[in-house]
Structure formats: C-alpha cells, structure tokens
Design a protein around this ligand. Structure first.
Ligand SMILES: NC(=O)c1ccc[n+]([C@@H]2O[C@H](COP(=O)([O-])OP(=O)(O)OC[C@H]3O[C@@H](n4cnc5c(N)ncnc54)[C@H](O)[C@@H]3O)[C@@H](O)[C@H]2O)c1
Ligand SMILES: N[C@@H](CCC=O)C(=O)O
Length: 369
C-alpha cells in the first residue's frame, strides 16, 4: 500500500520489538518504510501528532492513554493535511459465564479454561480472563476444581522459553509499575468485607516482580476487582442464582466499560456436538436444544459486550493473523487486527474518471453528460 510507518515500541518491550523489526527487514521490507523510534512516549507522540503529515494512529495499549492521544489529535485537527484515521486496541475485562447445565466434566473444563485464561502470561493479556460468573448450583464444584488446578501452577523464572517448554507456568510481571498496580488490587481485596482471597495473594519483588496467581471470591458482582482492568494474574469469581441467567447476562453487559472478549458459556454443546449418538438419543437432543437456546440468549444480550465472542472456550487464544481480533466500547475501535478490513482503515481511496466527450451546451438534467 506504500504507507510509511513510525513504529514506537513500548519502553517495556523495546528489545522484542526490535527483533521483530529486524526480521521484517530481513524479509525484504525496504529500508525506511518502517522507522523504528524507541524513546520517551509523550515527547515522541507530541512531535508526531503536531506534524501536518500525520495521517493515522494504530495504538495498542491502555484505554486512558488512547483517549488522551485521541484528544491530542482532535486539538491539532486544523494542522493536518488530512483527517487522521485512528485505530485503537485497548483494555479488557474479559469474562466467563458458567451456565447451570454444566455437568461435572464441563465444570472441570471450565476450571482449566479459567486457569489458562487468567494466568497464562501472568494475565498480562488484553484478553485475560478477569471475572467469572458461576451459576450457584455449580459453585462448590467449580471452586474445588479451580483450587485443585491452581495448586499445580509453578511460578518462577522464564528460563526454558527459548525452546518453548518453560520450566514454570508463570514468570514475573513485566515491571515495577505492573507489580505495584496488581499488588494494590490484592491488598484492596484483602481489606474488602465482601471479598475473599481464596488462592495466591502473595508477592515478592526481592528478585524480579513475582506475583502468585490469585483467585478472589466476591459477594459483590460489581466490586472493584470485578469491573476494573488489572492486567495481571488475578481473577475474581462471583456466583449468581442459577434461575437468574438472563438478569446476570445484563449485569455482565453493563458492569464494565470494556467489550473485548468472551462469553465462554462452557455448556454441554461442545461435548455433545461431536457425538454420533446425538441423532439417536432424545434426551441429548432435548438437552442440546435447551443449551443452544441459552447460547442464543447469551449471544443476543451480550451482542455488544465482546468483540470476540467465544462459545465453550476461554477468553484468550485469538491467533491474530488467522482470526480477526478486537473489541468495542472502552476496548477499542473494533477494527479487527489480523483482518483485511483493518488495512482499509489506512487507505485513502481515489476514484478516477476520464471523459472522452466534448460538451457543447448546458442544460438539466446535467448529470447525463
Ligand atoms: N486490545 C488489544 O488488542 C490489546 C493488546 C495488548 C494490550 N492491550 C492493552 O494494553 C494495556 C497494557 O499495556 P501497557 O501497559 O503497555 O499500556 P500503556 O497504555 O501504558 O502503553 C502503551 C503504549 O502507549 C505508550 N504511552 C504511554 N503513555 C503515553 C503517553 N502519555 N503518550 C503517548 N504514548 C504513551 C507507551 O509507551 C506504550 O508504547 C492494557 O490495558 C491491555 O489491555 C490491548
Ligand atoms: N493473542 C491474544 C490476542 C491478541 C492480543 O494482543 C489472545 O490470546 O487472545
């Protein structure tokens, strides 16, 4: 497409960004098309956004920084040669909902998917599972499985990642700022009368910024840790009355400013769909229809609550490049990274007409010629 790009990496990830940049050069991107500009974010952005040739922003990061950059662009609008295109992939407060119809193996699946979604990469993913709504008939079993799986998690250094077989499931969080932020949420939960830290809850920054994977149970589905993005290894569980499924989905929809990933009903459907007995057993057919209805209800009520809506799967795991990814509301402009449609945001289309006829008079209707 010919666009020239300034790539400003996060100061916390400059080296990995640099490696990717070198790979792109080695793969044949002409020098200068991408210009790698590490450095202090506010200073660089101020200069770039004040330039009349600034044409577009593709931002990945927190919601507040994105909003600030959008305001800065608005304040500079008279300076620009064209109206800048603005794309943002921002925060998330991703959720799992467990429906009352889960059986024992379904609850176990939900527990494993929650461990993975919440704690892989120390929960430092925009799509990390951060809040879970459990039908009350499943709560005891779900907690039991969750704690059982949690006990198997090892936390330590990241050695081994070079061969993609890490010795530990969790490493440290990325820096002191992240450590302090996550720690403050754990402390808050410890002091909160409606919250209980039921696993993890400890941290150590004596050598590296290590936080144990933490599970909070709350009686308040709108508590601080159920609504704010933490971006660390902390997940909060709350339960709902099994017969209040639809009310709960409305609560899920309205609780936060974000709308990135999930639904993750984790129903039976996933299991039954693969069974050849489905066509034969009326009990399974009835169950299938009932569960399917729950999915349709969820899909409708949560239409705008998740840009990536997963059924029977965890909130993480979008393979960007193979699967469009992105959310709306406070989670971004939902332009879907990894999709062809994102590229169109950075194209300024031109329509070309060439006229081969002379005109000799003027009259209406004028658009015939
Ligand atoms: N939606 C997505 O696809 C996606 C993917 C990954 C991360 N995220 C989000 O990113 C956040 C975590 O990443 P982070 O801690 O690097 O976010 P961040 O907002 O602190 O930083 C993101 C980028 O903004 C720059 N920046 C920070 N302050 C700035 C300022 N005042 N002016 C200009 N630029 C500034 C940083 O240097 C960095 O490059 C989370 O909110 C997470 O959900 C979103
Ligand atoms: N790969 C991420 C999505 C992209 C984040 O930047 C995930 O696991 O969901």
């Amino acid at each position: 497409m010919g666009n020239v790009v300034l790539w400003k990496p996060s100061p916390a990830a400059t080296l990995s960004n640099w490696f990717v940049y070198e790979i792109l050069l080695e793969a044949g991107i002409p020098a200068g098309v991408i210009q790698f500009v590490p450095g202090p974010a506010p200073e660089i952005c101020e200069r770039v956004l004040a330039n009349p040739d600034f044409a577009s922003l593709h931002f990945t990061g927190s919601t507040n920084v994105f909003r600030k950059l959008w305001k800065d662009i608005g304040n500079n609008i008279e300076k620009y040669r064209s109206y800048p295109r603005i794309v943002g992939e921002t925060g998330g407060k991703n959720f799992h909902v467990l429906h009352k119809s889960l059986d024992r193996s379904g609850v176990h699946n939900a527990a494993i998917q929650t461990i993975r979604g919440a704690f892989e990469y120390q929960g430092q993913k925009c799509s990390a599972t951060s809040r879970v709504y459990v039908a009350d008939n499943l709560l005891t079993q779900f907690k039991e499985f969750l704690l059982q799986e949690h006990a198997k998690i090892s936390v330590g250094t990241v050695e081994g990642w070079y061969s993609f077989v890490p010795a530990n499931f969790l490493g440290p969080v990325i820096n002191k700022a992240a450590f302090d932020k996550v720690k403050s949420y754990i402390k808050w939960a410890e002091d909160d009368d409606e919250s209980d830290v039921i696993a993890g809850g400890t941290y150590d920054d004596s050598k590296g910024y290590f936080i144990q994977p933490t599970i909070i149970f709350t009686n308040n589905p709108k508590s601080k840790t159920m609504v704010e993005e933490i971006f660390g290894p902390v997940v909060t569980i709350s339960s709902y009355a099994a017969d209040k499924y639809e009310e709960t989905l409305h609560l899920v929809n309205e609780s936060t400013q974000y709308a990135l990933t999930d639904f993750s009903l984790l129903l039976h459907i996933f299991i039954y769909e693969g069974r050849s007995s489905l066509a034969l057993d009326p009990a399974i057919i009835n169950r299938f229809a009932k569960d399917r209805e729950a999915i349709v209800i969820g899909s409708n009520i949560l239409r705008n609550a998740a840009g990536n809506f997963y059924i029977n799967d965890k909130s993480t795991g979008a393979v960007v490049g193979q699967q469009p990814f992105g959310g709306g509301r406070g989670s971004g402009t939902n332009d879907k990274a990894g999709s062809w449609s994102l590229l169109l945001r950075f194209v300024s289309a031109r329509a070309i007409k060439e006229n081969f006829n002379e005109v000799t008079e003027f009259h209406y209707p004028s658009n015939l010629i």
